[in-house]
Design a protein around this ligand. Structure first.
Ligand SMILES: Nc1ncnc2c1ncn2[C@@H]1O[C@H](COP(=O)(O)OP(=O)(O)OP(=O)(O)O)[C@@H](O)[C@H]1O
Ligand SMILES: [Mg+2]
Ligand SMILES: [Zn+2]
Length: 152
């Protein structure tokens, strides 16, 4: 029998299998990207999970995430799965996946970087390490590991 920790939603997005303790960081990503949306967000922290032992879950009503938001979540919570709920049913479910290049999600920490000078040049980072994820700026080679501080 399935156990529902959070009220079912009619439409929206479920971010499940977030490593325990990272839900608040996922919320920060959603908040910075979706500040203008009036949608209910539910959070479950430390839910028992077969796969992960313990996990966190975030559900956002009436929002389907943009690809760059999914990329930001993949940077911080690489084990997460994202399910799209429509009319109470799971319409789509997939693991987040870190593409080899991250475009427009982070600001380069190097203030002299060309990506911080010229508009509308988008930031661009290459993934140069996994577990832990390490990114390198495509313009100035600066490495970034502290992603939350550099969200665009
Ligand atoms: N109507 C709904 N409202 C809110 N959350 C839902 C709804 N339907 C499914 N979910 C959630 O969406 C996610 C995917 O649903 P699914 O039924 O595929 O889960 P599952 O069988 O637990 O699979 P898994 O945990 O392996 O991804 C789960 O986190 C589930 O709790
Ligand atoms: Mg499950
Ligand atoms: Zn740079």
């Amino acid at each position: 029998m399935r156990e529902l920790k959070i009220t079912p939603i009619r439409n929206g997005t479920v971010i499940d299998h977030i490593a325990s303790g990272l839900a608040l960081e996922v919320l920060r990503i959603l908040r910075v990207r979706q500040l203008d949306r009036d949608s209910t967000v539910s959070v479950a922290i430390r839910v028992r999970s077969g796969k992960l032992g313990w996990k966190d879950i975030v559900k956002v009503e009436d929002v389907e995430l943009e690809p760059r938001t999914v990329n930001a979540i993949a940077l911080i919570a690489p084990t997460a799965t994202i399910s799209i709920i429509r009319d109470y049913k799971v319409r789509e479910k997939r693991a987040v996946d870190l593409p080899p290049r991250i475009v427009g999600v982070l600001r380069c920490p190097n203030l002299n970087c060309i990506s911080n000078q010229a508009e509308p040049l988008e930031s661009e980072f290459e993934v140069v390490g996994r577990r832990p994820t390490v990114l390198r700026c495509a313009f100035c080679d600066r490495r970034v590991a502290d992603f939350l501080r550099h969200l665009a």
